[in-house]
Design a binder for this molecule. Sequence first.
Ligand SMILES: NC(=O)c1ccc[n+]([C@@H]2O[C@H](COP(=O)([O-])OP(=O)(O)OC[C@H]3O[C@@H](n4cnc5c(N)ncnc54)[C@H](OP(=O)(O)O)[C@@H]3O)[C@@H](O)[C@H]2O)c1
Length: 260
Amino acid sequence: MSASAAKPTQAPQFDVSGRVAIVTGASSGLGRQFARVLHAAGARVIAVARREDRLAELAAECPGVVPHVLDVTDEDGCKSLTDRVVADHGSIDVLVNNAGLGSNDTALDEDLDNFRYVLEVNLVSVYNLARLAARPMVEAGRGSIINTASIFGLRSSYPLPNANYAASKAGVVNLTRDLAGQWGRHGVRVNAIAPGYFSSEMADPLFADERGLQRVLRGTPMRRIGEEHELDGALVFLASDASSFVTGHTLVVDGGWSTH
Ligand SMILES: NC(=O)c1ccc[n+]([C@@H]2O[C@H](COP(=O)([O-])OP(=O)(O)OC[C@H]3O[C@@H](n4cnc5c(N)ncnc54)[C@H](OP(=O)(O)O)[C@@H]3O)[C@@H](O)[C@H]2O)c1
C-alpha cells in the first residue's frame, strides 16, 4: 500500500453539512449546545422546545436555525413537526431526542401522576418522535436517531431519590437497543448518549449545594463536572457517517462516574 493510500480519512466521515437535524429540548442546557454544534457543523437544525423566547435567542445567535415551539407530549404536535420538516426540507437525517426532566421525589411520597409525567416526557415522547422520524428515514434508507439517556439509566442515583428519572432513562437505553434492532436493516441507526454531570437548569441546583457538589466530585474519577463542549464529539460522531456501523449503543460521557 502506498503512503498516500494509508493516509487517515477520518475528517470527511464526521461531516454533517446539509443534513437536516431535529433537536428537542433546544431551549437550554445540553440541547441548546447540541443545536449550536450541529449548526456550526453545517447541519440544517430545527430547534424544538416550549419556550419560544429561548428558541428565538438561539435562532438569533445561529442564523438558519429554525425554531419550532412544541410540547413533546403533544402527539399531534409531534406528527405536525415531522410532517413539516419533511415538507420543508425534504428529509429528516438526524433526530436528537433530548428533551427531558426529572425530580427528586422519594418513592414513598411521590404522586403517581408525577412519575407518569416524567415517563411521558423522557420515554414515551422519545419513542413517539423516534417512530415519526423513522418513517421518512426508512424510506430514504438512512438516518441517525440519538437519544439523550443518562448515567442514571445505567446505575441508580443513590443516595438521591430519583426513581422517575432513573426508570425513564433505563427505558431509553433499552428502547435504543430495540429500535436499533428493528430499523438496522433499513439503514436507520439508533444510539444514545449517557452524560454524567453537566451544568444546566436541571442539574445546577445540585451543584449549588456544597454537599451535593462534593458528592458528585467524589464519585467522578476525573474530579470535575463536564464542560459544555464535552458532549460535542459524541454528538457529531453519532450524527455523522463516522459511526456508520454503530447502532444500539449507549455512549457514556461521564468522566468515569459509571466505572464503579
Ligand atoms: N445536565 C446533566 O447533567 C444531564 C445528565 C444526564 C442527562 N441529562 C439529560 O439531558 C437532557 C437535557 O437536560 P439538561 O440537563 O440540559 O436540562 P435543562 O436545561 O433543564 O433542559 C431541558 C430541556 O428539555 C425541554 N423540555 C422539557 N420538557 C419538555 C416538554 N414537555 N416538551 C418540550 N421540551 C421539553 C426544555 O425546554 P422547555 O422548557 O423550553 O420546553 C429544555 O430545553 C435531558 O434529557 C436530561 O435528562 C442531563
